[in-house]
Design a binder for this molecule. Structure first.
Ligand SMILES: CC/C=C\C/C=C\C/C=C\CC/C=C/CC(=O)SCCNC(=O)CCNC(=O)[C@H](O)C(C)(C)COP(=O)(O)OP(=O)(O)OC[C@H]1O[C@@H](n2cnc3c(N)ncnc32)[C@H](O)[C@@H]1OP(=O)(O)O
Length: 292
């Protein structure tokens, strides 16, 4: 019995040894795993306490579920740490965000589609109602969902003149949901919103400045960051609770819309986006983007 046991032990030890040698060899011959690159970078300035939140999903920062989840978590973290302010920008030199990732809406299983929209709703709400001041430093094109992110901040400074911004959903055959509309209307007013959204117009930075869609146009990202910092600095002497409650009051319609209609809004999105006609439209739009 002892012999059998010893042989069995030797055999298994041998096997373990062989396995670990071959694993090591395999490890040596394999490339090291690619580092996990965050889709959202957060850097907090020691002196001002202002956080720079950078969208980092090349090539165009299209908003998919993981990116929206990271952005939502970053905002929550800033809330928990009583942030002094947040500047939202992009790691790209030409695109702030291309809006919602169309691949998340095209030919997508229903549970994924639902998770995508729910994540967008909750991340948007946390940005829109954040207690700290927010600025979008728009350093590139900002169509559709990209424009929504910018509109949800309190101030927009954009690099111009060559980049464009707007809610172009109707051009794609889809509809900007009511909370997109509220954001736009609060910034540029009812008349301009109706004109802009029914045509799905994208505005150049100078045009956007003219109608108040952006607050300021600068010539490069460094200038945008400096102006964003300046905007946030003016709140240093304003009592934070008074600021937060005032912001919630001014933004009450959008906040209440989302709080009261999350499920209906999801249902309408699902019903609309899964229609064969809309799916065909998205397919054709994707093909045009790829052909460019
Ligand atoms: C009554 C009704 C009530 C309620 C309604 C409720 C629900 C309504 C239903 C739906 C609403 C859904 C809302 C959607 C909002 C959106 O955000 S939709 C997205 C709209 N976005 C766009 O139209 C922008 C498209 N992109 C561009 O115009 C250009 O890419 C951009 C100018 C941003 C940058 O140009 P450039 O630097 O030249 O890059 P490329 O065009 O070459 O693109 C590089 C690659 O990226 C791919 N890509 C670009 N944009 C997207 C995107 N949004 N999603 C997925 N992929 C994108 C592009 O195909 C290239 O891919 P490739 O490298 O060729 O593989």
């Amino acid at each position: 019995m002892a012999v059998v046991y010893r042989s069995w032990k030797a055999l298994t030890q041998n096997a373990i040894l062989t396995r670990s040698v071959s694993n090591s060899l395999r490890l040596y011959s394999q490339k090291p795993p690619a580092p996990v690159v965050p889709l959202v970078n957060v850097e907090v300035d020691d002196k001002s306490g202002v956080a720079v939140v950078t969208l980092n999903r090349p090539p165009v920062n299209s908003l998919n579920t993981p990116l929206l989840t990271e952005l939502g978590a970053a905002i929550k973290n800033l809330e928990d740490n009583k942030s002094r302010g947040m500047i939202l920008t992009s790691s790209s030199d030409t695109v702030f965000s291309a809006g919602l990732d169309i691949l998340e809406m095209y030919n997508t299983p229903k549970d994924q589609l639902s998770a995508f929209w729910t994540t967008l709703q909750s991340t948007w709400l946390s940005l829109y109602r954040s207690s700290f001041p927010t600025v979008a430093a728009i350093n590139g094109h900002s169509p559709a969902g990209g424009c929504l992110l910018a509109l949800s901040c309190e101030y927009r400074v954009m690099v111009g003149p060559k980049f464009s911004i707007g809610l172009n959903e109707t051009q794609l055959g889809i509809v900007a949901p009511p909370w997109f509309v509220i954001c736009m209307r609060d910034v540029i007013g009812h008349r301009q919103t109706e004109l802009a959204l029914t045509t799905g117009r994208l505005f150049s930075a100078p045009e956007a400045l003219k109608i108040g869609l952006i607050d300021s146009m600068v010539s490069n990202k460094a200038e945008a960051m400096a102006e964003a910092q300046k905007f946030i600095t003016q709140f240093a002497k304003i009592p934070p609770l008074a600021r937060k409650l005032t912001k919630e009051s001014v933004r009450g319609e959008g906040i209440r819309y989302m709080e009261d209609n999350m499920i209906d809004d999801l249902q309408i999105f699902m019903d609309l986006v899964t229609q064969p006609k809309i799916q065909k439209g998205l397919e054709m739009y994707l093909a045009t983007l790829k052909k460019k």
